[in-house]
Design a protein around this ligand. Structure first.
Ligand code: EPS
Length: 353
């Protein structure tokens, strides 16, 4: 009942707090024989890490991965793969003033209500630090999917605050800027926006999209194992996620049936409003998922809040916070896509051979 595990056959359990000694994960169900290289996992972690540009939290973690089990002579053995990443740059004193306070908009309040105890340092288990291990496990799933099925997964920033960023898509440039913005012409505007935002002490939300190409038809199951339901659940489990769309998503509301339906010809589908999923089962088209991230709630601008004794207090958050967590979310949504698709490939094989 403690819900730190995702997946049915490719099962990933993460553990650890932001300011504890380490964070880690156990991957149970990885097929044997997959080449697993710490450096490849670290390359994915580097894309997600803080302190790599001025637009994210300035906490600097090395994010070196220790492979503790499940790998022998560089290949998965089929036994549980345990991965560990040490926390080396936590600064817990930043949290002293809010140890007994609830940051409005933050999980501080609900963790306290649920458990009656909380590790307030760095947000403990509710910290975005936990997403490190999603990306680490996702790197393993992603590699297996690429090697075995040729699946390619790519995310990008679609909107930052009021700024749309993907009206022009130059796929080859997504990794060339710290925002994962697919339009290089937009990057100076994003930089100026973020510089002004950081100076003001405020934060902003973002929309991050992800596509999976090469996913075979047939993944997912009616009725309670729908691929889109599992993707939505996986994306919604990311810190600060507030909305998920599959394909045309909420735009479907304003569409007519004649516009929304994806016509089928011998050459293939003529459009992809379904986001690659029909009746909860993949169609063989690209999977398209979009996730909305709320603005970060750790702000130095004072606001009204409560402390654990019920007193009204002024809450001010110090420290090294992300003014927009969405900037670092691209590798995370890619990882969640990889974990869900991997799990569904194994589930499909288990039933259909
Ligand atoms: C986070 C707050 C900051 C971020 C952290 C996520 O932590 P701290 O206050 O300890 O510097 O740096 O992100 C990471 C460390 C990471 O690796 O993603 C939060 O409140 O979620």
């Amino acid at each position: 009942m403690s819900h730190n595990t995702i997946g049915k056959l490719f099962r990933v359990t993460t553990f650890g707090e932001s300011h504890g000694p380490a964070i880690g994960c156990v991957i149970d169900g990885c097929p044997p024989g997959l080449e697993i290289v710490a450096g490849e996992i670290e390359a994915e972690l580097e894309r997600r890490a803080t302190g790599r540009s001025r637009h994210t939290s300035q906490r600097r973690e090395a994010d070196d991965v220790q492979i503790l089990s499940g790998v022998f002579e560089g290949r998965s053995t089929g036994t549980p793969i345990a991965l560990l990443v040490e926390n080396t740059d936590a600064r817990s004193r930043d949290y002293d003033d809010i140890a007994r306070q609830f940051r409005p908009g933050h999980a501080d309040y609900t963790y306290w209500k649920k458990y009656g105890v909380r590790d307030y340092r760095g947000g403990g288990r509710s910290s975005a630090r936990e997403t490190t291990m999603r990306v680490a496990a996702g790197a393993v799933a992603r590699k297996w999917l690429a090697v075995e099925l040729g699946v390619e997964i790519q995310g990008w920033l679609a909107q930052l605050g009021p700024l749309r960023t993907d009206e022009v898509m130059d796929w080859g440039t997504i990794e060339d800027n710290p925002f994962f913005c697919p339009n290089p012409a937009k990057v100076p505007e994003l930089e100026a926006f973020m510089d002004a935002l950081r100076k003001s002490g405020d934060s902003v939300g973002a929309r991050v999209n992800v596509i999976a190409r090469g996913v075979p038809a047939g993944l997912g199951a009616p009725v309670y194992g729908k691929l889109d339901a599992d993707l939505a659940s996986a994306m919604m489990s990311i810190n600060a996620a507030k909305g998920v769309e599959i394909g045309a998503g909420f735009a479907s509301v304003a569409q007519k049936g004649t516009e929304h339906r994806d016509e089928i010809t011998r050459e293939g589908f003529l459009s992809n409003h379904a986001g690659g999923i029909l009746g909860g089962i993949s169609s063989g088209q690209d999977l398209l998922v979009s996730t909305a991230f709320k603005p970060t709630s750790s702000l130095r601008i004072p606001c009204r809040g409560l402390d654990i004794d019920g007193n009204e207090v002024e809450v001010v958050t110090k420290g090294r916070h992300d003014p927009c967590v969405g900037i670092r979310a691209t590798p995370i949504v890619e990882a969640m896509m990889a974990l869900v698709v991997m799990d569904h490939v194994l589930r499909h094989r288990a039933q259909n051979g």
